[in-house]
Write a protein that binds this ligand. Structure first.
Ligand code: HPA
Length: 262
């Protein structure tokens, strides 16, 4: 990945369902198919291509992961978090996790963006491993880095940018109206099937984390959802997420794990 990017990676970006739209025109780099990455989980799902694009985006050396493995496909917590570990091993000290999510907050509309302020890990899984070679008792008092959220807020121009709590569930079925009500009572503003384990893994590796949800649909008794609706909404929102990521990357200080103070 360093070779394809032309040096140490500064930031990694993981793209959610349908969010790789238009990416190749924005990033000046080279791709590596997941098939060629040793140990990468091989997932196949509509809306999720399987490659990492390494190169320059907005003046920063990045690795952009287009395609995710999910728990509901039968992958384990330490498999869905593979991109986080290879990003860190390639130098990345910052990771941007994006996803398509169902909106629970009554103020949210389809197509809105939400910065993840905190999460509820309701997956029942962990990336830290059952017997674990490392300390599993990780502090999660600030998973989503305050400073990066502030940077995103100053980078968003006139985009609607909420801040809220993301509930990570296993899926793959969408929520019942009763589950949607329960999630609201628990304090969730949006719900999705990814991101929380990646964020935990990133914190275990002392990375700075930014989480961005595209509200692809609303959840509850009045709203029917399908995977193709989610993908269509994500494709419409891909441009706005890309703009936001671009603004954040441009303002990020140059830094990687090999040369932290450069
Ligand atoms: N629920 C769970 N995951 C999702 C949703 C949803 O409504 N939309 C996109 N991912």
């Amino acid at each position: 990945m360093r070779q394809r990017a032309g040096g140490s990676i500064e930031a990694a970006i993981v793209l959610g369902s349908g969010l790789a739209q238009g990416l190749r025109e924005r990033v000046d780099g080279k791709t590596i198919a997941y098939k060629k990455l040793p140990g990468a989980p091989q997932a196949k799902l509509a809306g999720h291509p399987g490659y990492v694009l390494c190169g320059l985006w907005s003046g920063k050396r990045v690795a952009v992961f287009a395609g995710r493995a999910h728990l509901y496909q039968g992958f384990a917590g330490d498999e869905v978090t593979y991109p986080v570990r290879v990003a860190a091993a390639s130098g990345a000290g910052t990771i941007v996790l994006t996803n398509a999510a169902g909106g629970l907050n009554a103020q949210y509309a389809r197509g809105d963006l939400m910065l993840i302020a905190d999460h509820l890990n309701l997956t029942g899984a962990t990336p830290l491993g059952p017997e674990g070679k490392r300390d599993p008792f990780l502090s999660l008092s600030e998973v989503y880095t305050h400073r990066l959220r502030a940077l995103a807020q100053t980078s968003c121009g006139n985009l609607v940018l909420h801040e809220g709590v993301y509930a990570g569930v296993r899926g793959p079925a969408y929520e019942t109206p009763a589950e949607a009500r329960a999630l609201r009572v628990l304090g969730a503003d949006a719900v999705g099937m990814s991101t929380v384990l990646e964020a935990i893994e990133a914190r275990a590796l002392a990375m700075d984390v930014l989480g961005i949800s595209l509200i692809s649909n609303l959840i509850g008794a009045d709203h029917d959802v399908s995977h193709s609706d989610v993908l269509a909404a994500a494709r419409d929102g891909a441009e706005r997420i890309a703009q936001l990521v671009e603004g954040v990357l441009a303002r990020l200080p140059h830094k990687n794990r090999d040369a932290p103070d450069r």
